[in-house]
Design a protein around this ligand. Structure first.
Ligand SMILES: NC(=O)c1ccc[n+]([C@@H]2O[C@H](COP(=O)([O-])OP(=O)(O)OC[C@H]3O[C@@H](n4cnc5c(N)ncnc54)[C@H](OP(=O)(O)O)[C@@H]3O)[C@@H](O)[C@H]2O)c1
Length: 270
């Protein structure tokens, strides 16, 4: 952060683990007053609040408390998220609703709760964490991809609504990152009977890529850079490899792109 900048206050969701934790620590080391939030209690070297992002009452009272204490909320980074995997056909509706509740509505709830405070100070930067999987739909993680694509569309619309108030909203899209996300992924129990080994092969490939993926610190660096920018890009992909993939998918025919994704993640008898 530049020298002589006034006090900045950040709220980070998903701050107990992975990308959220790395971001909270990095912002704190830059002199930002950090409030980290997570579903469970956790030991933190920054201010922390136990708060479920699906619980609007808890969120609103937490944001009120922060504003009353600090007089401002400048940054919001929405990292709280989860994954589910399995075929569309065999995904229980409760699980589909849960992933939308946490990933999409959790992000919406947090944005709605901070906006009144950001408007009061005519300043605010919001970073919503989508994913490369929001741009490239991943079979057998279809609902995860759908929540992340929804976040991108939501953030783009929001950014235009709040621009006159001095508030910015953008997305950061990490690729595979080594975090607790892989172990926490909730898998369908009954898939392989109807889909052969396609589901477990596909999810196994994804797990392998995540376990050999980027560090959460490398994603946090991009998030911090984006937060401090006066004019950040709407979509910020992390990592050269993923930037290149997404660039290709924008210039190549969709039919070809889906064929490649099919071969990578859904092919029969793989
Ligand atoms: N890892 C990857 O490869 C990857 C790639 C692209 C995008 N992303 C995205 O990056 C974000 C961070 O993921 P990560 O990899 O850092 O995962 P992670 O290590 O599993 O961390 C997830 C965080 O979300 C919190 N959380 C989950 N449900 C919550 C709820 N209902 N209310 C409040 N907090 C909740 C968890 O809190 P508790 O610990 O208390 O449950 C935890 O702090 C997610 O949005 C994910 O989709 C990850």
């Amino acid at each position: 952060m530049k020298k002589n900048v006034k006090k900045r206050v950040a709220v980070i969701t998903g701050a107990s683990s992975g990308i959220g934790l790395a971001t909270a620590k990095m912002l704190k080391s830059h002199g930002v007053v950090v409030y980290g939030m997570a579903y469970n209690d956790f030991e933190a070297e920054f201010n922390y609040i136990k708060c479920d992002v699906t619980n609007v009452e808890q969120i609103e009272s937490s944001m009120k408390e922060i504003f009353e204490k600090e007089g401002r909320i400048d940054y919001l980074v929405n990292c709280a998220g989860m994954g589910i995997s399995g075929s569309v056909e065999n995904s229980p509706n409760e699980k589909i609703k849960k992933i939308y509740d946490v990933n999409f509505f959790g992000t919406v709830n947090m944005c709605k709760a901070v906006l009144p405070y950001m408007r009061k100070n005519s300043f605010g930067h919001i970073v919503n964490i989508s994913s490369v999987a929001g741009e490239l739909p991943i079979p057998f993680q279809t609902f995860y991809s759908a929540t992340k694509a929804s976040i991108e569309s939501f953030t783009a619309g929001l950014s235009m609504e709040v621009k006159p108030f001095g508030i910015k909203a953008v997305c950061v899209l990490p690729g595979d990152t080594k975090t607790g996300f892989t172990n926490a992924r909730e898998k369908n129990e009954v898939d392989d009977a109807s889909y052969g080994k396609r589901v477990s092969n596909s999810v196994g490939q994804m797990e392998h890529d995540e376990e050999h993926g980027m560090t959460p610190d490398s994603v946090a660096k991009v998030i911090c850079k984006v937060l401090y920018k006066k004019n950040p890009k709407p979509i910020n992909v992390v990592g050269f490899k993923y930037k290149f993939f997404i660039f290709l998918t924008h210039i190549l025919p969709k039919k070809f792109v889906y064929k490649v994704l099919y071969d990578m993640y859904a092919k029969k008898n793989k």
